[in-house]
Design a protein around this ligand. Structure first.
Ligand code: SAM
Ligand code: DTB
Ligand code: SF4
Length: 394
């Protein structure tokens, strides 16, 4: 084996004391070794063939007073994006109902704000309450929060708050000048103290070095609690933003970042987030193999495009991936139509082994889950799916 220094291979424990040097050493590993370690950690905590699926809606678009160099919604950049007011509750509910009908389990609402103003809070809390009442998990990303605002959102029924560190704290002031990284840490603390789950990650491809990518991952992995979700966005270069002409990132660097995030935060959902529409199928496949286990599903992110639902359905099918079963205790939903498991030539119904045995031509997630559980109850684990494909799935 190559001269790789001993590094945590069996990182099933959750650590918050990673050093920057350790993170850099992981990122620097030979590619096959890094992927092997990430895939090993992934399997200790998750079914590597299950992918959690979220949806996104911009409830207040554009005109943001912050100057984030990547963002098409900043009022500082001439992107031609029209600013809109906070959407009415009824309009958001219509979108949320559609999302639910399309199988969403979590509905994420984004607003282009530095922070919500006192006058915004009644409407925002109404949005959260009403969306929650539809039986959806709620997520919001509204900018900075103080402690009282975080508690108000929690009391309204908010489950997750998305607030990204976005880049290495040391690189932060190259990208954003209207707030400090400490502002970000403060909001994250208020969010945790209020009992909300955190969704916190960053953007790759903003001209940062590999060392600075290590700095972002180190900052995330040494938070007092690992974020439940870690969105890793690839920069979507938008004309009119200062990063419109950022040098393209070596795709393998993106995979390295995903793999290292998986090793550092073994029990978190690592989300292959913005930028999927610009990625090849092969790159996405490598990201899933490296430990990514969450995506945004739906044809729009906030203002930019995302792969269409048919594309994602085909990709899942080709890769033998399936949507992470929804926790029915938390949600009334059991299926994701856009990503329904549909087999061209049958299959074992497990949905995760990619075999072509078994019978039937199509199966919903609910049916597949039921069938898999029933099969698991009947067989010894080493029996596999029962179709002779040699997989280990029930
Ligand atoms: N205004 C709030 C904030 O900044 O926290 C919430 C909305 S903001 C658009 C949410 C996240 O979108 C950002 O933290 C950033 O990671 C991501 N984002 C924005 N523009 C992006 C781009 N062009 N490419 C990739 N990610 C982007
Ligand atoms: C996150 O980390 N990525 C999402 C979500 N959190 C809010 C947003 C991506 C935005 C990409 C650019 C756009 O569509 O405007
Ligand atoms: Fe505003 Fe958020 Fe965009 Fe920054 S990332 S300009 S805070 S909407």
């Amino acid at each position: 084996m190559s001269a790789v220094s001993p590094l945590p291979v069996a990182a099933s424990e959750i650590r918050h004391d990673w050093t920057r040097a350790e993170v850099e050493a992981l990122l620097d590993l030979p590619f096959p070794e890094l992927l092997y370690r990430a895939a090993t950690v992934h399997r200790r905590h998750f079914d590597p063939c299950q992918v959690q699926v979220s949806t996104l809606l911009s409830v207040k678009t554009g005109g943001c007073p912050e100057d984030c160099a990547y963002c098409p919604q900043s009022a500082h950049h001439g992107t031609g994006l029209a600013a809109s007011k906070l959407m009415d509750v009824d309009a958001v509910l219509e979108k949320a109902r559609q999302a639910k009908a399309n199988g969403a389990s979590r509905f994420c609402m984004g607003a282009a704000w530095r922070s919500p103003k006192p006058r915004d809070m009644p409407k925002v809390t109404a949005l959260i309450r009403e969306v929650k009442a539809l039986g959806l998990e709620t997520c919001a990303t509204l900018g900075m929060l103080d402690a009282a605002q975080a508690r108000e959102l929690k009391d309204a029924g908010l489950d997750y708050y998305n607030h990204n560190l976005d880049t290495d704290p040391e690189y932060y002031n190259h990208i954003i000048h209207t707030r400090t990284v400490q502002d970000r840490f403060d909001t994250l603390e208020h969010v945790r103290d209020a009992g909300l789950k955190t969704c916190c990650g960053g953007i790759i491809g903003m001209g940062e070095t590999r060392r600075q990518r290590a700095g972002l991952l180190w900052a995330l992995a040494t938070l007092p609690v690992h974020p439940e979700s870690v969105p890793i966005n690839q920069l979507v270069p938008v004309a009119g933003t200062p990063l419109a002409d950022a040098p393209p990132l070596d795709p393998l660097e993106f995979v390295r970042t995903i793999a290292t995030a998986r090793i550092l935060m073994p029990a978190s959902m690592v989300r292959l987030s913005a930028g999927r529409a610009q990625m090849s199928d092969e790159l996405q496949a490598l990201c899933f193999a490296a430990g990514a286990n969450s995506i945004f599903h739906g044809e729009k992110l906030l203002t930019t495009g995302n792969p269409d639902t048919e594309y994602d359905r085909r990709l899942f099918q080709r890769l033998g991936l399936h949507p992470m079963p929804v926790d029915t205790a938390k949600s009334t939903l059991t299926d994701i139509p856009g990503l329904t498991i549909v087999r061209e030539s049958g299959g074992c119904g497990g949905g995760s082994c990619g075999c072509s045995g078994g019978s039937g031509s199509g199966m919903t997630l609910e049916e597949a889950t039921r069938k898999r559980e029933a099969a698991q109850a009947e067989r010894e684990p080493e029996d596999g799916c029962g179709c002779g494909c040699g997989c280990e799935n029930g």
